[in-house]
Ligand binder design. Sequence first.
Ligand SMILES: *Cc1c(COP(=O)(O)O)cnc(C)c1O
Length: 382
Amino acid sequence: MIPYGRQEITQDDIDAVVETLKSDFLTSGPAIEKFEKRVAEYCGVKYAVAVASCTAALHIAYLSLGLGKGKRLWTSPNTFVATANAALYCGADVDFVDIDPETFNLSVSALEAKLVEAEKKGTLPDIVTPVHFSGQSCDLKQIKSLADKYGFDVVEDGAHCIGASYDAQKVGSCTYSKACVFSFHPVKIITTGEGGLVTTNDEEVYQALLRLRTHGITRDPALLHDKDQGSWYFEQVDLGYHYRITDLQCALGTSQMDRLNEYVTRRQGLSNRYTQKLKHLPLQLPTVLDDCESSWHLYVVLIDGDDAKRRDIYNKMRDAGIGVNVHYIPVYAHPFYKDLGFDSAGCPNNEAYYSRAITLPLFPGLTEEEQDYICETLEKLV
Ligand SMILES: *Cc1c(COP(=O)(O)O)cnc(C)c1O
């Protein structure tokens, strides 16, 4: 089976991890800060905090901005459940904003319409989390101008898009947001095995992230309540978590960063090739906006037909050894969310999208022969 996504591990990656294994530090050593600095420099942002997963990154990013009981977070339904779950971990209420029918990102016009209604009812959100679906940034300038008007914070879910650019800056620069998170799960752009990271330019958010990553503990003299203790002394000042990433993982991450640009270039080349080979077929192909450079985490096509036709094509592609996938089951459609009272009302674009979408295999090691086979098989089926 050709998978839909796959990591690439080189000898350099293996050497970097083995070197760390032989060092004094396996868990919280110098490799973590080295990785954080590397990502921060790449993104053009002041601070980066690496954690055990992107889900953990979302959770502490939300907490550091004060999300909690009685607060509200809005996001796109076209995402992995973690984006919304992390807000529920905080005790906040979640709601969903419909997607744009062309980019499949959170729709700015749907967001604006929902904000107008919420203002009347006194139910404006505290945080909005745009998800940069498939590797293409949302329209952050417009979202930021709504944030300024309606008084919410923006947290970018950039799980798909380390290496992508928006408005000539790398995603993660936080020019238009309070924080941005990345995932380093093996199907994403670069990997640490499991892992995630938060970027921010806000010093207070940064300090909160550091505490929340490790039990809410601080050794910072400025924060200690009792300053007259010995050098063994630390205090727990918040309820934090054990969300630390390890040196082993960060050694792999830094080594993978060496190839980030190369990975994005390869993904982009393969995506252009898909578009060339599929453009004569009755399919809606991905659109890239002028101010965006996608990292091409996913290549999603919409078939010309209904859910039954999509299922038939999906099944036949799988039977042919092609690991197509569907991204995403709408968050509101999961039984857990249905039990909370969610349904598809308010998200007609997402419903139409979800009934027609198929994700084709895309990863740096995908060969042109494999890609030709995928395109020929799809052509026969549509
Ligand atoms: C993968 C993913 C996550 C969660 O990442 P983990 O590192 O597995 O916790 C969150 N949001 C989106 C959009 C993702 O694709």
